[in-house]
Design a protein around this ligand. Structure first.
Ligand code: KG4
Ligand code: ZN
Length: 347
């Protein structure tokens, strides 16, 4: 007899997307609604936390209602509510958490707090057409807030190998984009500008941090700042528009090449060292085309990246983790707090 299907409602408000989704059996997306705040934050050149939480408050109800309607599901068809508990902006996390708690209380459904980094990895499980990845996996999470190398031994079993010591990979894309007068979010803007540039035009530094699995991107960003200031000595990051004549395409391409080389190089080395069977790359920066291409060109083992719409923040991946936790019989209490600095580690 086929086992009954399980439907999880996911809610995600860790940063600047208000998102809700319904996922069946941990792999099948029934609905996936994302309300992006990118236009709101573009005027600040980055995420403005107070504005983010207020916008989440205005948007969360309609996003959740839309996710349920699009899945043709009332709450009676839902088995549990999964909500991002951390890491992320405290004021933003609280909005999704309180929405989930209210719904769980009113409908007597179980609530499951989800680690947002783990959710980025589970976006891979939402690619239904592909077989499930094989453990042990080497995972690279590259987003606006994180750059983490993690050994995934099994479901819910993680060993954190290292992470960034300063800027996250996505943060460095955003900062360099701002310096070059490009739009927020900076990752897609840098990628687009770099298409017309020469990635070998500037020899920007690669921070290999030999002997560790850590990353550092602040030196690379400072090298770009120095290059720009050679032409515009008075330029303060983001304060004034870059002058006409600044070789934006070459700088963007050279910066991107340096970031990609280190991310790919260290991930492949870690995968070899820890005898991983596959590599997973998740988080907003995993949408970067040169990064995806470099992985495919250099890896001798399978590298999986989510489809573009699942690279950046969404609630389907939150629901996918919720499904795992639900199956394992885990439940959280209605007085759980958000965990803004929650890293993925431990077995
Ligand atoms: O995972 P995400 O949506 O939010 C966080 O959890 O941080 O990642 C957002 C980050 C931003 O820094 C954005 O610039 C970056 O992902 N990003 C990209 C690309 N698309 C988004 N970075 C490089 N290339 C891209 N195509
Ligand atoms: Zn994220």
């Amino acid at each position: 007899m086929p086992s009954e299907s399980t439907r999880i409602l996911g809610i995600e408000t860790s940063c600047d997307e208000t998102a809700a989704a319904v996922v069946e059996n941990g792999r099948s997306i029934r609905s996936n609604i994302v309300a992006s705040q990118a236009a709101l934050h573009a005027q600040y050149g980055g995420v403005f936390p107070e504005a983010a939480s207020r916008r989440h408050i205005e948007t969360i109800y309609s996003v959740v209602a839309e996710a349920l309607a699009a899945a043709h599901a009332g709450l009676e068809a839902i088995d549990a509510i999964a909500v991002t508990r951390g890491p992320g902006l405290a004021g933003s996390l609280v909005v999704g958490m309180n929405m989930a708690k209210g719904m769980a209380l009113a409908s007597n459904l179980p609530i499951l707090g989800v680690n947002h980094l783990e959710a980025h990895l589970y976006s891979i499980w939402l690619v239904e057409a592909e077989p499930e990845p094989k453990f042990p996996l080497l995972a690279l999470i590259v987003s606006g807030g994180h750059t983490e190398l993690i050994l995934m031994l099994d479901h819910q079993k993680y060993q954190r190998l290292g992470g960034t010591l300063d800027d996250a990979a996505g943060e460095s894309f955003d900062k360099v984009a701002r310096l070059l007068g490009l739009a927020y979010p900076g990752g897609p803007a840098i990628q687009a500008a770099a298409e017309n540039g020469d990635p070998t035009a500037y020899k920007f530094p690669r921070a290999w941090l030999e002997g560790t699995w850590n990353f550092s991107f602040s030196g690379l960003k400072s090298a770009v700042v120095r290059e720009v200031r050679k032409r515009q000595p008075e330029l303060e990051a983001g304060v004034e528009a870059p002058r006409p004549g600044l070789p934006i395409a070459d700088i963007a391409a050279s910066f991107q090449a340096a970031a990609v080389e280190v991310l790919v190089g260290k991930t492949l080395a870690a995968a070899k060292d820890f005898k991983a069977k596959e590599i997973l790359v998740g988080g907003g920066v995993s949408a970067n085309r040169p990064l995806r291409e470099a992985f495919q060109a250099k890896a001798t083992l399978p590298v999986r990246t989510p489809p573009l719409e699942l690279c950046t923040d969404n609630a389907a991946m939150t629901a996918a983790v919720g499904h795992r936790r639900f199956l394992a019989g885990q439940r959280d209490a209605l007085d759980m707090d958000v965990l803004p600095t929650w890293l993925l580690d431990g077995v």
